[in-house]
Design a protein around this ligand. Structure first.
Ligand SMILES: N[C@@H](CCC(=O)N[C@@H](CS)C(=O)NCC(=O)O)C(=O)O
Length: 259
C-alpha cells in the first residue's frame, strides 16, 4: 500500500523502474488518488505468470484495476484516470488543446518510448541476460507476447551499436521537438501542465540516469522544463528510492531484467 487507504478501489500492477509505470504513478500522485501499489517481481518474470496474463495479455506493466474493471496500456490508463477523476484536470478543456496533447501521446508512444529501451538494456539490463544460459534465455523470450521479437532481435548481448545510435537519434529528435514546443511553454502544450508533460518525464529521467543528459546541454528550455516537473510534489511520490537506475538508492541494476 502507498501509505494511504485506497479510497477508489484502485490497484496498480507495476514495477518500480518501469517508465510506463512511472507515468501512471505520476498521474495518480498529481490527482492525489490513493491506490494499492502492487509491485510485480520482475526478476521472477511475474509479468508472464498465468494470473497476470489473464489481466494483461501483453505481459507488460502497468495494469490498472478499478474495482472489477481492468485497464491496460499506460497512455490509456492515464486518460482513463483523467476522465474518471476530473477534479485535478490533466487535459486541456478545449478539443483543440486535447488534440495537441494527444499528438504528443502518439509521438511519445511511437518514438521515445521504444527508443529508450535500447540504451536502457545495453547500459544496465543486458548484464543480467548475458550470464544466462542460452536455452534459459530462449525460454523466457518464447513466453513473451508483444516483446518477443524485441528480445529475440536483441539477444543476450544487447542491441548492436547501430541500433543504439538510431535509438539515441530518436531520443535526440524528441528533445529537439520538446525544445520547439517549449518556446510557447511553460508546458508542452502551453499554459497547462498536462498528460503530455507527464508522459515525457520518465524518458528524460531515465536518459539522465543512464548518462544521456548531455542531449539537452544545448537546449536550456528542456533543462528548465525538467527542473519544473521535478519540483512538483508528484515527482518524489512516483520516483521513490529504488525506482531509478544509477540514482542514489537505485534498484541494483543486475536484478532488473526488464525496463
Ligand atoms: N504499451 C505499454 C508498454 C508497457 C511496457 O512496455 N512495459 C515494460 C516496462 S516499461 C514491460 O512490462 N516490459 C516487460 C518485458 O520486457 O518483458 C504501456 O504503455 O503500458
Amino acid at each position: 500500500m502507498n501509505g494511504a487507504v485506497p479510497s477508489e478501489n484502485l490497484t496498480l500492477f507495476n514495477w518500480p523502474t518501469s517508465t510506463c509505470s512511472q507515468k501512471v504513478r505520476i498521474v495518480l500522485a498529481e490527482k492525489g488518488l490513493a491506490f494499492e501499489d502492487r509491485r510485480l517481481d520482475s526478476s521472477k518474470s511475474e509479468n508472464l505468470s498465468d494470473w497476470y496474463l489473464k489481466l494483461n495479455e501483453n505481459g507488460v506493466v502497468p495494469t490498472l484495476a478499478h474495482g472489477d474493471k481492468i485497464i491496460i496500456d499506460s497512455s490509456v490508463i492515464a486518460e482513463y484516470l483523467d476522465e474518471v477523476f476530473p477534479e485535478v484536470a490533466l487535459s486541456p478543456h478545449d478539443a483543440f488543446g486535447r488534440a495537441r496533447m494527444r499528438v504528443w501521446r502518439q509521438f511519445i508512444d511511437e518514438v521515445p518510448t521504444p527508443a529508450i529501451r535500447v540504451p536502457s538494456y545495453n547500459r544496465y539490463i543486458r548484464h543480467k541476460w548475458n550470464t544466462m544460459p542460452q536455452d534459459e534465455f530462449d525460454k523466457l523470450v518464447a513466453k513473451r507476447s508483444v516483446r518477443k521479437h524485441f528480445y529475440r532481435n536483441m539477444g543476450r548481448d544487447g542491441s548492436s551499436p547501430d541500433e543504439e545510435r538510431d535509438a539515441i537519434e530518436r531520443l535526440r529528435e524528441t528533445i529537439v521537438r520538446m525544445d520547439r514546443a517549449l518556446e510557447h511553454g511553460p508546458w508542452m502544450v502551453g499554459e497547462q501542465y498536462t498528460l503530455a508533460d507527464i508522459a515525457l518525464m520518465p524518458t528524460l529521467v531515465r536518459m539522465a540516469d543512464i548518462g544521456l543528459a548531455t542531449q539537452w546541454d544545448d537546449r536550456p528550455r528542456v533543462a528548465s522544463w525538467l527542473g519544473r516537473v521535478r519540483a512538483r510534489p508528484s515527482f518524489n511520490k512516483a520516483f521513490y528510492p529504488g525506482s531509478r537506475y544509477g540514482a542514489p538508492g537505485s534498484h541494483p541494476a543486475l536484478d532488473v531484467p526488464t525496463c
